[in-house]
Design a protein around this ligand. Structure first.
Ligand code: ADP
Ligand code: MG
Length: 260
């Protein structure tokens, strides 16, 4: 058995004359949750390359040790094995929730619709949406839509799930309900590559953090190390941008001065 379920070796990707991924290597083991640090450019491009939505210009992508990059004729199979959820839900607006959920498994996997419906209903109940099977996406909140999008991805039974800033468009109070579903998937042993700006969540869910900058991996470590003692100055700067202690300290100093 290959050491990594999903592996990128020296990936290179350019759009016209702009190199977005310079030389990215990344290995994801079974059941592992890897968070790509949101620093600068290339995260979405990397995820899109990993599931065949973008072709690569150099390097290889391997799934269970088999090269999958450059295999145009197997693209549908690759996208089924490597699932992806985006920031913008991408549900079909004219179909109800159940319709959206059964489409992939019945069309792409040729599974009987009754069987998929039963599975979809059970999955909806697990994410707290049992009552939403027959409503249209526009009747749902952003958080509900994103939970439906996660269920839809899982119904394809992917081996790896790629999540690209799936809470970035949500109002803060809806972020948690979506991240709880992701946490539940992680607990169930789902292998995931997650791009997120939710640093506390990243620290809680990740087995490993990979920090990308300008199309290169600049730091890779376990969350305890990355979030509390990052090696690189770039990671330190990045984490500091999420920290407001200095703002509070500055304000307190100001108040003390005024009191004097
Ligand atoms: P991130 O997800 O880290 O914000 P992206 O991977 O979306 O970064 O984009 C990285 C860079 O690649 C950006 O400068 C973006 O403009 C460029 N880019 C992404 N997709 C395309 C495309 N299809 N055509 C041209 N440039 C692109
Ligand atoms: Mg992006």
């Amino acid at each position: 058995m290959a050491e990594y379920l999903l592996e990128a070796q020296h990936l290179r990707k350019a759009f016209e004359d702009k190199t977005v991924l310079q030389d990215v290597s990344l290995g994801v083991r079974r059941g592992e949750v890897v968070v790509i640090g949101p620093s600068g450019c290339g995260k979405s491009t990397l995820l899109r390359c990993l599931n065949g939505l973008e072709s690569v210009d150099g390097g290889e992508i391997l799934l269970e040790g088999q090269i999958i990059s450059g295999q145009k004729k197997n693209l549908h199979l690759i996208r089924q094995r490597v699932g992806m959820v985006f920031q913008s839900y991408d549900l079909f607006p004219h179909m109800d929730v159940l319709g959206n959920l059964v489409l992939g498994p019945t069309r792409a996997l040729k599974r009987p619709s009754k069987e998929v419906e039963t599975e979809a209903m059970a999955a909806l109940a697990r994410v707290g949406l049992a009552d939403s099977a027959h409503v249209l996406p526009r009747q749902l909140s952003g958080g509900q839509k994103q939970r439906v999008a996660l269920v839809r991805a899982m119904l394809m039974h992917p081996e790896v799930l790629l999540l690209d800033e799936i809470t970035a468009a949500l109002d803060p109070e809806m972020v948690r309900e979506v991240l709880d579903v992701v946490l539940e998937l992680a607990r169930s042993g789902m292998t995931m590559v997650i791009v997120t700006h939710e640093m506390r969540f990243a620290e809680a869910v990740a087995d490993r953090v990979v920090f990308l900058e300008n199309g290169l991996v600049v730091e890779e470590s376990v969350p305890a190390q990355f979030f509390h003692q990052p090696h690189t100055q770039r990671a330190q700067q990045f984490l500091a941008s999420f920290c407001y202690d200095s703002v509070r300290d500055g304000k307190n100093m100001q108040n003390t001065k005024e009191a004097n």
